[in-house]
Design a binder for this molecule. Structure first.
Ligand SMILES: Nc1ncnc2c1ncn2[C@@H]1O[C@H](COP(=O)(O)OP(=O)(O)OP(=O)(O)O)[C@@H](O)[C@H]1O
Ligand SMILES: [Mg+2]
Length: 377
């Protein structure tokens, strides 16, 4: 089997030899900066060459996200700097790092030193045929400071956000029979309603031949860990932020059918979901973020542990046990599931808070419920 580094090298060569993504080939654009090219496997958001700003791929394998105009770009940059601050002692933020792409600071080219980019780990890099999905999480896509016009515009884009709590912004899925990727843009996700959301989401796990239940199981485990982090913190609220799902379209183990025990293990990770009331008690400015983030979340971790105990099913099987940090202690989940990456991205609308992020938590719970339903079909 290919080592991660040889897979990354092969993917880099593919990118360089792709005539549609080489320097100077972007729509209406000249040669790209220092050998950087538009991100070839971007599934949503602003696209370089199409929009004024977008995401680039650096020759070293990282991705460069161009800073959006203020206040969004600087806000996202401050968020990354805060989470990855060298002397950070806040357990909550230290814990959060594992759910974000690694951050390598800002980047700019010698020609245009004031044009700033965030230099980030490409979370798809180690995969041979990365299947990628960007899902916006939360019950609303606008932040507490948005104008009435912005609020209405965002609600019009997807009126079901409040009820469903997530929105598929885009995805690309590898079809093993055709040896090609199928892409779905933002219009696909916006067309999904309550009755079609399950089938719509399941497309991400269908490779043209089978449903990749191994990838669904792994996704449930990872989303559950992120949910645990959210249940244990009350210092940050996220609006219009996404989860980026990645799994490999080629896999040596395609788990076509899961045993009853495997299904039960995955189900045991599904916490009973409930309707969560939205709390709009947020009026802090970004400047208070730095003092607020000093608060630890020990109590909350304790709380998460208690919650975890409630998930234990009644049967005789042994459920996957997550510790206080959300780690699978026994490693059982790994045995039955695919290698999946799920990272939080897009932090242009993150704000300090004093309450749990009810909208995001609601979205994660509903997403877990739908994933579980796909698995049980
Ligand atoms: N760290 C990363 N690794 C791999 N791909 C990424 C990464 N960050 C972003 N992408 C790709 O770029 C897309 C857009 O990213 P992002 O949501 O951060 O930008 P955006 O929506 O244009 O930003 P904004 O909402 O701030 O205007 C994602 O859907 C994903 O395909
Ligand atoms: Mg985005």
């Amino acid at each position: 089997m290919d080592s991660p580094s040889s897979v990354a090298l092969q993917r880099r060569l593919e990118i360089c030899s792709d005539p549609g993504s080489g320097p100077g080939s972007g729509p209406g654009s000249g040669p790209h900066l220092n050998g950087c090219v538009p991100l070839s496997h971007q599934v949503a958001g602003h696209k370089y060459g199409v929009d004024k700003v977008g995401i680039l791929q650096h020759p070293d394998g990282t991705v460069l996200k161009q800073l959006q105009p203020p206040p969004r770009g600087p806000r996202e940059m401050k968020f990354y700097s805060m989470v990855y601050e060298k002397d950070c002692r806040d357990p909550c933020l230290l814990d959060l790092q594992q759910y974000l792409p690694k951050y390598y600071g800002t980047w700019s080219s010698a020609d245009s030193p004031t044009d700033l980019y965030l230099k980030l780990e490409d979370v798809t890099r180690r995969f041979q045929k990365p299947c990628i999905m960007d899902v916006k999480i939360g019950q609303r896509s606008f932040d507490p400071f948005a104008s009435q016009e912005k609020r209405e515009q965002q609600i019009r884009k997807y009126p079901l956000m409040e009820e469903i709590g997530f929105l598929v912004l885009g995805m690309r899925v590898y079809n093993v029979s055709l040896d090609s990727f199928d892409s779905y843009d933002q219009h696909y996700g916006r067309g999904l309603v309550k009755d079609t959301i399950k089938d719509g989401l399941s497309k991400f796990f269908f490779n043209g031949e089978v449903l990749r239940k191994d990838a669904i199981t792994a996704s449930i485990v990872k989303v559950q860990k992120i949910l645990q982090w959210f249940e244990g913190q009350s210092q940050l609220n996220f609006y219009a932020s996404s989860l980026l799902f990645v799994y490999d379209g080629v896999s040596s183990v395609h788990s076509h059918t899961l045993s009853v025990q495997e299904k039960t293990m995955a189900r045991s990770l599904q916490k009973a979901e409930g309707v969560v009331e939205y709390n709009n008690n947020i009026d802090q400015s970004l400047s208070t973020m730095y003092s607020l983030h000093k608060k630890g979340c020990t109590r909350s971790h304790h709380q998460s542990k208690q919650d975890n105990s409630k998930w234990q099913p009644n049967g005789n099987h042994s459920p996957i046990q997550l510790d206080a940090k959300g780690q699978d202690k026994s490693g059982e989940a790994e045995k039955i599931s695919a290698d999946v990456e799920i990272r939080m991205i897009d932090f242009a609308h993150v704000f300090p808070s004093e309450v749990q992020d009810h909208g995001y938590i609601y979205g994660l719970r509903n997403l877990l419920k739908v994933l579980q339903e796909i698995l049980e079909d």
